[in-house]
Structures are given as structure tokens and as C-alpha cells.
Design a protein around this ligand. Structure first.
Ligand SMILES: [Cu+2]
Length: 139
């Protein structure tokens, strides 16, 4: 009798936790690695809520990189470029971490709603080199 009721209590606990997890706002962490001419993410999609980007400049050259988060439905490789950079003012810019020296990491925490995003490095010429990656936030 005692064993049975303990089991029921344990099961109820699991169900409650499951409900909380699905209704609470997600807190996600995304690792963004900035290489010489690419941006790599450890995941291309997260749930809406608080998202922390851990950006690391992993270049083996002396290049400074940055990470800019834009909300746009354009393809990551189809953004306009003017004078070597993407005109950020034309986009809904969510935030950025600027000027990371090689070997350095910076964190950026944003509240993101569902939709399509593009992450870029907007140091002059870097977008054109390939430093862009799509990112999706799901409901
Ligand atoms: Cu860069």
C-alpha cells in the first residue's frame, strides 16, 4: 500500500514538471563560433524566450569579429551589401557583440520571438566572405 502510493506521487511529480517545462518561457544557450570566414552555431533553432549567445572568435588569423543578430525573412546569403557591410539600419536589429579579438568570447542575451533570423559578422568585407548563418526561433 505504501509503495503504491509513493509510486503514484512520483508519477504525479513527473507530470507536473513536464507541464511546467512546456508552459514556461524557454531559456536557451547557443554557442556561436566565429572562424576565419564562417559562423558556426551548435544549434540552428531554439524556442522563443530568453536566448543567450556565447560568441567566440576562433580565428587563427588576427581578425577581429563581431556577431550581429538581425530578424529577417531574407536568406542568410541574400542580404544587401553597401561599402563592404550589410546596412544594419535596414533591418530589425536585435543586438550585437562587437569587436571580439581572436581567442575572446562575449555573451549576448536577448528576448527573441518566433521567426527567422540571420546572424552575421559585419566587419568590413566579412559578410561577403561568408560570415552569415540562418537561425530560427520556434513558438
Ligand atoms: Cu568577421
Amino acid at each position: 500500500m505504501t509503495i503504491t502510493s509513493t509510486r503514484i506521487a512520483a508519477c504525479a511529480g513527473v507530470v507536473t514538471l513536464g507541464l511546467l517545462a512546456s508552459t514556461a518561457h524557454a531559456k536557451e544557450t547557443v554557442k556561436a563560433t566565429l572562424n576565419n570566414d564562417t559562423i558556426q552555431l551548435d544549434t540552428g533553432s531554439v524556442k522563443a524566450g530568453t536566448v543567450t549567445f556565447e560568441a567566440t572568435n576562433a580565428s587563427d588569423t588576427k581578425q577581429v569579429h563581431e556577431l550581429v543578430v538581425l530578424k529577417t525573412d531574407l536568406s542568410a546569403d541574400k542580404l544587401p551589401v553597401k561599402n563592404g557591410a550589410v546596412p544594419e539600419k535596414q533591418f530589425k536589429k536585435m543586438g550585437e557583440v562587437e569587436d571580439m579579438a581572436p581567442g575572446k568570447s562575449k555573451r549576448l542575451t536577448l528576448k527573441l520571438t518566433p521567426g527567422n533570423y540571420v546572424l552575421i559578422c559585419n566587419q568590413p568585407g566579412h559578410y561577403a566572405m561568408g560570415m552569415h548563418v540562418p537561425f530560427v526561433v520556434t513558438p
